[in-house]
Design a protein around this ligand. Sequence first.
Ligand SMILES: [Zn+2]
Length: 374
Amino acid sequence: MRQATKAGAGVTRRSFLGGMSAAGAALAVSGPMRRAAAFAMPQSAAQINAQAPIVDKGFACVRKVSDGVYAVVSDTSKGFDTLCNGGFVVGKDAALLWEGYGSPKGSAFQLETLASVSKAPVKAAINSHFHFDHTLGNSTYAVQRIPIWAHEKVVPEIEERYVPLQNRSKADFFAPAETHLRDAVSEDDKKHAEGDIAALKLLAGMLDSNVIALPNRPLLVSELPMKVDLGGIEVVIEAHPGHTPGDLILRIPAQNIVFAGDLIFNHSYPVTFDGDMASWMKALELFGSYGPKTVFVPGHGQICGVEGVELQQSVFGDLAEHARQMAQLGVGLKEAQARYAVPERYKDLNMFAWGFCVDQAVKQFYEAAKAGKI
Ligand SMILES: [Zn+2]
């Protein structure tokens, strides 16, 4: 059955109950947050990460980044409820939520934690982009009538990519990865294909077990960047395509804090499947120009400083160099993708799945090399 719904309409009772466990209790103990007249600048990312989180559920914890700014940091080794990072920003008049997470339980955890630090009304929840791990928990917001904001391309992307797959045969969806497995050219290549199939199964299972609540307030490119005054704290929503065509970031310029969505995968090979590498590298260059004291809340991985941006730039540089060499040697694209080897210096980086992280990046760099652009 087709399960997409506009936010606030048609969300099933089952999804509501599944997502809102314990929310009532958390709401009851909330109190107004006392605010200083001026914001203290945040500590470094390392100092923030060294402090005990304000709450830890295993699958995610919430860290105070600075006055009024909180980050949700996921740990997928302990559960898939949130899957991505997110957070919230609280002023004296209103709060803004960042991300819809991978399930209603994940987004409910964020709402509960917000309620434990502030009674400010929630102005909106923002999806950084359309990916399932950032949007499948939107139904929690929808049933509470919290407006869901996203880049104008997000609803069309969800409708095109996810809605047709829900509770339907996924044979076509799995076919390319299964062909890859059957035609694997090496043991490594076989392992990559198996990893890709496992990732697709995760996505398929999550699509079938959740109700999609679509964002109901598209943010038009023409109205971005958009400033939002929450009362004593101003955030800026900006569009920087790269990871997908509809990426948003949330900046708090006065405190040098950036919620970067999946434009930053800290200490990971980024998922490049829907990416545009040239635009993405421009966004990273921009992040690098924000200054050495900037604190980034990445889409995945620990909170980082500019070193997280630089690590990702160096990973992209390595993928680009590999692709350029392969193109120069006249190696075909498929073989160029299969031949990439993770260098020793990146061995401890995470990777969601090979085909999601390596193949698209190598393809685009390979084509750029062939065209003489890199
Ligand atoms: Zn993503």
